[in-house]
Design a protein around this ligand. Structure first.
Ligand code: CP3
Length: 352
């Protein structure tokens, strides 16, 4: 069932006038919530939650029960698609994702099941989406997502979230053909995966390209952006809104301003006003409060929120968010404080 066109989040995405700035928070269902920790312990860990549609649905709804957020996001991870290739994913406490295999050579690639991808093995995600569409308030949009092929490849080539990226950059320089083969494969899987999420009922699609900003301009176009365009062009429903998130947004804005997307998600290293000036009303912007502001007192938080709204300085096309995911050290009361502050001051910048 499609959502009412009056929904604030969807109006902001479409750059239509809004009376208040909508907000959701990256990683809004996560370790800063005690009810998340409790359910995760019961399920035996993060993967146990993700693979159980009833629990994944409950976890997705937890932050919406606590706070007035304007959207839900499916509880899963960008890395689950590795399992389609027969690479086992685990999450180690305080260490992050780890794979049981890496792809660093033609031989590694040939040993994988690359002839026939079957996204049916991600059925638990599609079941979670269908459950959520039943459980969610019918006015509340649901975001589905994938990782960009480049960003997912950084994890599959490195094997974990080592932030050094030595192996993938070595491959890029010494064997770009192999890297393109891997990216092509991840693109094909992601297209099938996102299309099935759309068929299952998501209202908005998001692509996380967290590590796209590590590439220089030419390499970014060749190894990340070309695949994003292919995904965009292969969506079964071309009217579904698309949000594209990349860190170091400011560095790439001269390229990003030409993208065919609905929303650009920006990180906190960039001033939102500068980005807004470059893109005009071409697409909406999402972001970009520094997560550390959630540790400040109310008056400092108010100043920081006001700074962003003032820099953005336009009555439409802004979706409030952090510049990165919320971290486990944040007190949930500070999230409520942020949402209240935004509801209080944003109408002044929007339509009367
Ligand atoms: O935003 C949401 O609430 C939706 C669910 C979601 C998760 N991960 C859940 C998660 C989404 C959209 C992601 C995206 C994701 N996953 C990205 C891109 C965005 C970003 O954060 O830059 C990346 C790079 C990953 C890979 C990943 N997943 C890492 C590196 C880690 C470990 C480090 C960390 O940030 O926790 C994860 C774990 C993860 N994904 C958790 C959650 C709630 C924490 C799991 C736990 O309870 O231990």
């Amino acid at each position: 069932m499609s959502l009412t066109p009056n929904n604030l989040f969807l109006k902001a995405i479409r750059n239509k006038p809004i009376e208040r700035t909508p907000i959701w928070i990256m990683r809004q269902a996560g370790r800063y919530l005690p009810e998340y920790i409790e359910l995760k312990n019961k399920a035996g860990g993060f993967i146990g939650l993700v693979k159980n549609p009833e629990l994944a649905c409950e976890i997705t709804l937890q932050p919406l029960k606590r706070f007035s957020l304007d959207s839900a996001i499916v509880f899963s991870d960008i890395l689950v698609i590795a399992e389609v290739l027969g690479i086992k994913l685990s999450f180690i406490e305080n260490k992050g994702p780890v794979f049981d295999k890496t792809i660093r050579s033609e031989k590694d690639l040939n040993e994988l099941n690359t002839n026939e991808y079957n996204v049916e093995s991600l059925d638990y995600v599609f079941s979670t989406i269908k459950l959520l569409k039943r459980e969610l308030d019918k006015e509340k949009p649901l975001i589905g997502f994938i990782g960009s092929p480049w960003t997912v490849a950084t994890y599959i080539v490195e094997g974990n979230s080592s932030k050094k990226f030595t192996n993938i950059f070595e491959m890029l320089k010494k064997n770009p053909k192999l890297l393109h083969k891997i990216l092509d494969m991840l693109t094909d899987i992601n297209i099938q995966y996102l299309n099935k999420q759309i068929l299952s009922g998501i209202d908005v699609a998001m692509i996380f390209d967290t590590w796209g900003g590590l590439l220089n301009d030419e390499d970014y176009k060749e190894f990340s952006l070309s695949y994003i365009k292919k995904i965009k062009d292969s969506l079964i429903n071309s009217s579904i809104p698309l949000i594209y998130y990349i860190r170091e947004t400011g560095e790439k804005i001269h390229i990003l301003k030409n993208l065919d997307i609905d929303v650009l998600g920006i990180d906190s290293s960039t001033n939102i006003g500068i980005v807004k000036k470059q893109i005009g009303n071409k697409f909406a912007l999402q972001g970009n409060l520094d997560v550390d502001v959630l540790n400040l007192d109310e008056s400092k938080m108010r100043e920081a929120v006001d700074d962003i709204l003032m820099s953005y300085n336009s009555p439409s096309g802004h979706i409030f968010n952090l510049g990165s995911g919320i971290t486990p050290n944040i007190n949930p009361d500070k999230v409520k404080m942020l949402i209240d502050i935004l509801a209080d001051i944003s109408p002044k910048y929007n339509v009367k």
